[in-house]
Design a protein around this ligand. Structure first.
Ligand SMILES: *[C@@H]1O[C@H](CO)[C@@H](O)[C@H](O)[C@H]1NC(C)=O
Ligand SMILES: *[C@@H]1O[C@H](CO)[C@@H](O)[C@H](O)[C@H]1NC(C)=O
Ligand SMILES: *[C@@H]1O[C@H](CO)[C@@H](O)[C@H](O)[C@H]1NC(C)=O
Ligand SMILES: *[C@@H]1O[C@H](CO)[C@@H](O)[C@H](O)[C@H]1NC(C)=O
Ligand SMILES: *[C@@H]1O[C@H](CO)[C@@H](O)[C@H](O)[C@H]1NC(C)=O
Ligand SMILES: *[C@@H]1O[C@H](CO)[C@@H](O)[C@H](O)[C@H]1NC(C)=O
Ligand SMILES: *[C@@H]1O[C@H](CO)[C@@H](O)[C@H](O)[C@H]1NC(C)=O
Length: 591
């Protein structure tokens, strides 16, 4: 018996060795195999977290302290403190953007849910929660597999989508402060590991950390000579209270978000990251925020370099640290904090205040208690990433978000008659990348609308109509020819990231280039009314299509994520009944 038992242990040890040899495991501090850590009170998981943080900070030199004020925080080997990357993204799935997730080792993809504007259109808070939950779980799975360098995700984006030309409106839950607030609360509870009703994990523990951004009054990237770095939003107190702040207040108070990001822009002259009233009086004071505050990337540098609000770099450092910001995405604080201290613009206690919030976060994430794989969330393995359950949820979300804007003469759904012939036309028909929107990651699977429709119909023809969505040259004759021959026509049109994105706002709401001419020509030539599918985050003016009897049905599909093609095919063939015109979308067809 004894011998068999010991063999078994040897085999288990061997397996464990092989597993560890394959990946380096998750980074963490306070490794109990290091004898030094026994003497560090901050490593004692039995002490209250705030006592541990105080002990930790008291051991740091000024240089070590300064090194921790930027998103890429280096290790402090003499204290067995690991490196930490504050910047990761997870807007609608664990993203390849940011710096915290590798995606070049044992995990190459994660579930890509629809872009937020589409998910929000489901008006389904339980769905929003379940998506947050799935993302939090995948985030932990990636961390446990040793493929992440941080667990702080800079999502959700809950800015009010007030200007429909904004390139990043697609990332938000829309223009309604109540909907944006509810979205924030459910998504944050999901990702951080709390219950749908808001019951929190014990002792402030976090499965993953969410961050409400961009605080505040931020909905312009680059339009007509105005850019986000220089923009000074003039906002009345009433508009701030009624419109811009409610989602942030909900995110902090009801959602218990553990992060906030201050925005690039100024509000009434004051840069958000240097605004004591905003960060300290309002968020921490009035709303009881107890997490960390990050700057948008390089938002500290621009306070001096672009805005000229701070006379010297050291003034910018002092402004943000005294306002209540904790970590600088960028390197400005690493460069100028020492000289700011020497010039007596910043006190060491200002730095300690920020570090207190930062190390509290890392401890709440369980990264100072020894190997995270042996702790609370240690059993979340790589099989939780791209699990069938999560892929099914991505499909559910796409189906629930897509909206049927028009269905004259009940053209949809098509009956499943294999003998029918179908023509699919449009620059968005044979691409799966467009479905992902921005802040995307690598999806578990790729499928285009064309491929998904081909599963239903044997006789399918296809033409792109225009090579790109800008549609500078439309192949109208070719498309018209195909349309004439088919029983049914589906046009897959709209926008993509070349038209609306970060650093790029639109200047009008028209479909780009020759799209409108292509659509109306094809509709005119077709045997019967056609189906128009629109991929776009921001609204487009389709009043030309609303009254055209040859355009029988219009579907708005936002950017529907990795399962978007399947969702559209299921809707077109009646396997799912889509939502119909919501008040929110009335504006799309009658601006
Ligand atoms: C902590 O100590 C362990 C054991 O000595 C070592 O393997 C690990 O690399 C150390 N971590 C850091 C961040 O110093
Ligand atoms: C994987 O990515 C990380 C960070 O992005 C990088 O440091 C590392 O060298 C990469 N590894 C490989 C094998 O490419
Ligand atoms: C905001 O107000 C300031 C001061 O009145 C003015 O200089 C600036 O042009 C205004 N900005 C906008 C975008 O209206
Ligand atoms: C369509 O194709 C499927 C499988 O490829 C086949 O089973 C079916 O009989 C075909 N139907 C028609 C009408 O050709
Ligand atoms: C769809 O696009 C891929 C390349 O992305 C291409 O290989 C394929 O031939 C296209 N499909 C059709 C039907 O043209
Ligand atoms: C999906 O398509 C992208 C872009 O073409 C590609 O990089 C990726 O490997 C594909 N993913 C899968 C799972 O096939
Ligand atoms: C149209 O879009 C393509 C692909 O993004 C781009 O290469 C091309 O320059 C654009 N054409 C014009 C006229 O903007």
């Amino acid at each position: 018996m004894g011998e068999v038992h010991s063999h078994r242990i040897k085999i288990l040890l061997l397996i464990e060795f092989l597993v560890y040899a394959e990946s380096n495991g998750p980074p963490y501090s306070c490794d109990s195999s290091n004898p030094l850590t026994k003497s560090f009170r901050f490593c004692d998981a039995k002490l209250p977290i705030n006592k541990r943080v105080q002990d930790l900070i008291s051991r740091l030199t000024l240089d070590e302290k300064i090194s921790q004020l930027v998103n890429t925080a280096p290790a402090i080997p003499r204290l067995n403190i690991s490196a930490y990357q504050w910047w990761s993204e997870a807007l609608h799935g664990v993203s390849r953007h940011g710096k915290g997730i590798r995606f070049n080792g044992s995990i190459a993809s994660a579930t890509m849910f629809p872009q937020v504007i589409l998910t929000a259109a489901s008006f389904d808070a339980s769905l929003w929660y379940r998506i947050g939950q799935a993302i939090g779980e995948e985030a932990r799975g990636v961390y446990n597999a040793g493929e992440a360098m941080g667990m702080t995700f800079w999502a959700p984006n809950i800015n009010i989508f007030r200007d429909p030309r904004w390139g990043r409106g697609q990332e938000t839950p829309g223009e309604d402060p109540l909907v944006a607030g509810e979205y924030a609360v459910t998504y944050v509870r999901g990702i951080q590991g709390d219950s749908f009703e808001g019951t929190q994990l014990k002792d402030g523990h976090l499965k993953a950390s969410a961050c409400c951004k961009h605080f505040t009054a931020h909905d312009l990237d680059n339009w007509n000579g105005f850019d986000r770095y220089m923009f000074d939003a003039n906002v009345t107190k009433q508009d701030l209270a009624d419109t811009y702040q409610p989602p942030f207040k909900s995110c902090v108070q009801k959602g218990q978000a553990s992060g906030i990001m201050c925005a690039y822009n100024r509000v009434n002259g004051v840069p958000n990251c240097a605004d004591y009233d905003l960060l300290t009086t309002t968020a921490r004071g009035q709303w009881g925020f107890n997490g960390y505050i990050a700057s948008d990337c390089d938002a500290v540098a621009i306070i001096h370099d672009n805005q000229g609000y701070a006379k010297l770099p050291e003034d910018a450092v002092a402004d943000v640290l005294k306002a209540g910001m904790d970590v600088n995405c960028g390197s400005y604080l690493m460069k100028y904090t020492k000289s700011a201290v020497e010039k007596k613009k910043v006190l060491e206690s200002d730095i300690d205040r920020a570090l207190n919030n930062l190390f509290l976060m890392r401890m709440r994430l369980g990264l100072f208690n020894g190997d995270p794989k042996k702790l609370e969330f240690g059993n979340i393995g790589p099989d939780h990433v791209c699990s069938q359950k999560h892929q099914d949820l991505a499909l559910e979300a796409a189906k629930k978000g897509i909206v049927l804007l028009k269905n004259s003469a009940n053209l949809l759904p098509f009956s499943k008659i294999n003998a029918m012939s179908l023509t699919v036309i449009g620059p968005n028909a044979n691409t799966s990348q467009t479905f992902l929107g921005n802040y995307e990651g690598f999806p578990c699977k790729n499928i285009t609308v064309l491929q998904a429709l081909q599963k239903y119909v044997n006789h399918t023809t296809y033409h792109e109509g225009c090579s790109f969505v800008n549609c500078t040259n439309a192949a109208i004759d070719k498309a018209v020819h195909l349309a004439k021959e088919a029983d049914y026509v589906v046009l897959v049109m709209g926008l993509d990231q070349t038209q609306e994105r970060e650093k790029h706002d639109r200047t009008d709401l028209e479909l780009p280039g020759n799209q409108e001419i292509l659509i109306t020509s094809v509709a005119q030539a077709a045997k019967g009314p056609v189906i128009l599918v629109l991929l776009c985050g921001g609204p487009v003016d389709i009043s030309f299509a609303k009254g055209n009897p040859k355009i029988g049905s219009i579907l708005w599909a936002g950017y529907p994520g990795e399962a978007g093609g399947t969702a559209l095919a299921e809707i077109i063939f009646g396997d799912h009944n889509p939502g119909t015109l919501q008040l929110q979308h009335l504006k799309i067809i009658s601006p």
